[in-house]
Design a protein around this ligand. Structure first.
Ligand code: URA
Ligand code: CA
Length: 408
């Protein structure tokens, strides 16, 4: 076998068998295949796609490159959730505790921000003392005892995905349904939940730009799950507008607490929907019963108590979360109705304030961010505040373009 024949086959839109895929991908992990040949193969896959069968083969190769946790064999009711990325997406910090307060078990591994999108791990690190690195034993023990743990991706979980993901990020080969599906599913199967809910986003702030692509990705995810006897359900959700009013790190943790304390908003509705779906799957409940239980976990304060337990279990001191006291109110220039809040534009402004990394060596300022006071559909009057900016420097240069993401 040789790598050029394998690249050529994919270039000619032929199917690759397990041995060929393993030769190329495991060869890359062992550094026997150089970056340029793997980049070329990835680009051929992006352009010509892969059938479901090939995608399952690739998922299996990713999966077997590292450790497997087999959580569903260690305890009952293990669920997992994943979102394909969003802006203001703080759902994990709310629905993890909701699920745990209802008897489900969730061992969630999260990522850091990629590009300008926020990552749950960065948000958790805005809590002083919070430990994001848990080893296998710590993770399993915590989930057994309190029902929810949230940590960074372990180094030995799908190491092949890690190197391929990094290469895709810099070679224009991210947007491929089979590559995304195998990347996500290998990590999910490696942890081994029984039921998995994946929130597939599409729109300006998301990896999938159209609903049709989101549906196709969803189909691949479910079928790969079925191959591993794992129940995968999906929610397909538009991500043109930020999911919540808060964009940043500490500010998103605070918004999560607001929802856990009973705030009514889209973020709450999304968390109830996902938690209810997981309950339906895991406990065989009707949608109606599941929705009632999920809602009650918020309204009764049980999910809030579980959140506090989870944070202190991982060493976090929630009372020390700090939001900058330097604030700028951005005022409306005229009366109107909010037509759109573009997620990508909002994320770019948050990044400019210092909420995410622009280059690899950047540091994140956890205390900065945006709080949107007006969301799509709201009325606004001239001079009313559209949003509050939490900044670390009043001299930050902001211009009109920075606010074009909000249309009214
Ligand atoms: N999330 C992943 O884990 N992998 C992808 O390829 C895209 C999104
Ligand atoms: Ca249902």
């Amino acid at each position: 076998m040789n790598i050029i024949d394998i690249i050529t086959k994919k270039k000619n839109n032929e199917e690759l068998n397990y041995e060929e895929l393993s030769y190329a991908f495991n060869g890359y992990l062992k550094k026997e295949i150089p970056d340029y040949q793997m980049s070329s193969l990835l680009m051929a896959i992006v352009i010509n796609g892969m059938h479901l069968k090939e995608t399952i083969r690739l998922t299996d190769i990713f999966l077997k490159s590292g450790d497997q946790y087999n959580l569903k064999e260690l305890m009952d009711n293990v669920v997992d959730k994943h979102s394909t990325g969003g802006v203001g997406d703080t759902t994990t910090l709310i629905l993890g505790p909701m699920c745990a307060s209802l008897g489900l078990k969730m061992a969630k591994m999260s990522g850091r921000g990629l590009g300008i999108t926020g990552g749950t791990i960065d948000k958790l690190e805005s809590i002083p003392g919070f430990r994001v690195n848990l080893n296998k034993e710590e993770l399993i023990n915590q989930v057994k005892v309190i029902g929810f743990a949230n940590c960074a991706q372990s180094d030995n979980l799908t190491p092949l995905d890690k190197v391929i993901y990094a290469l895709r990020d810099v070679t224009g080969t991210t947007e491929s349904i089979p590559l995304i599906a195998s990347s996500i599913m290998s990590k999910k199967i490696a942890l081994g939940a029984k039921d998995i809910l994946i929130d597939v986003k599409y729109g300006s702030g998301a990896l999938m730009k159209t609903k049709e692509d989101a549906e196709e990705l969803s189909n691949y995810l479910k079928k790969i799950g079925a191959y591993y006897e794992t129940n995968v359900e999906t929610i397909i959700d538009n991500m043109s507008n930020p999911l919540s009013q808060a964009i940043g790190n500490a500010i998103e943790v605070i918004e999560a607490i607001n929802v856990l304390r009973g705030k009514k908003c889209k973020l709450r509705d999304t968390c109830i929907e996902i938690t209810a779906k997981l309950l339906e799957l895991s406990e065989n409940l009707s949608e109606n019963e599941a929705t009632k239980l999920a809602t009650n976990s918020l309204d009764s304060g049980k999910a809030l108590n579980k959140f506090m337990e989870f944070v202190s279990y991982q060493g976090g001191k929630i009372e020390e979360v700090y939001l900058s006291d330097k604030r700028i109110e951005v005022k409306a220039k005229h009366d109107g109705v909010i037509k759109n809040v573009d997620a990508l534009g909002a994320a770019k402004l948050a990044a400019k304030l210092g909420a995410s990394k622009m280059t690899l060596d950047d540091t994140i300022d956890y205390s900065v961010g945006i709080y949107l006071k007006k969301v799509k559909g709201d009325k606004v009057q001239k001079d009313e505040s559209l949003m509050t900016l939490y900044v670390n420097d009043y001299n930050i240069q902001l211009n009109n373009e920075d606010f074009e993401f909000i249309e009214y």
